[in-house]
Write a protein that binds this ligand. Sequence first.
Ligand code: MN
Length: 375
Amino acid sequence: MSPRKGALPYAGGTDVGLIRSGNEDSYLVNAPLFAVADGLGGHQAGEVASRLAVEVLLGEAPKRADAKALSRAVRNANMAVIEAAQSGVGRTGMGTTITAAMVDGTRIVLAHVGDSRAYLLHLGTLTQITEDHSMVADMVRAGTLTLEESRVHPSRSVITRALGSDPNLLVDAFEVTASPGDRLLLCSDGLTSMVEDVEIERILATSPAPQTAVATLIATANDGGGQDNITAVVVDIGGGTAVAAPRADAAPARETGGNHWLARIAWLFVAIAIIAAAAYAAYAYARSQAYVIDENGVVVVYSGVPGEFAGVTLNWLESVTAIPTDELDPITATRLKDGVRVDGLKPAFALIAEYRLQVEPSSDTSAPADPTVTP
Ligand code: MN
């Protein structure tokens, strides 16, 4: 995976930096396929995740530059990281970013997840062509944080998307058209958090060969503190391409993104509607039901159903009668301990009328306070 010697139009390199004990970044230089992955998880798990992602990408990437197929390869890498963690390789919670590119002449196809980045240097000017999937990038986009503040924010390393957690991972996949002489950079945040874009731009514009650019970028990140692993892949664009393509589509056309958001929101509404319909159906059913039950020695009538469902009770007290349960026949009295369910209030009150008949003759005959009915 390391570049062969010679004047190749591309090069890659990685360095542990000055603070970290291990290097959890991985990269791939296998023209026309290039990638950088920044592993997360600590205790070597991040290294497992980033290396696995890059290996799966190498095995699954299309032969020719194709955004959809490259995106599919990244999704397969995602599943591989998830399954590895589940089967005890690495550890639960490990993940990785990935920024992958396929170069075909001046066409560059990208698939990207996380806060590693792709930049394009065109006529000496550097443009970031990936969007960071990170909390601070979201805040910058929302206007609650400036780009400068985001560089020193305490949560700057919190990423909002990574391979290794969500089986329905959303991958940014798109294509840009470069010009001959442009230079593509893929890098991990260990470079961009230590070296400002203007400095990266200067190094890329002044380094004669990709190999020199990679070495200088890594050295400069270490000069800046080397607080994280540093990885850079540099590719010179346009070798062998005769025709300069106009940069009409400098703004990358996103293949994924908006539509997926809409789909997700739509699904959310569907889910809420299903839950609401189920809740209403349960409520309507309960309202059609009734039961009589022994409470504190007397028969009580409820509409609804006894007990609770998912922490919700669906019953409403209708009537507390004066009928003593222990004066009913023993079988009825026993059944009333748990409640006797009926289809609605009408049959419930019909039952009450029956119970009253059972109780009243005895209460009439045994009522010494009423001498008129005593024989
Ligand atoms: Mn990093």
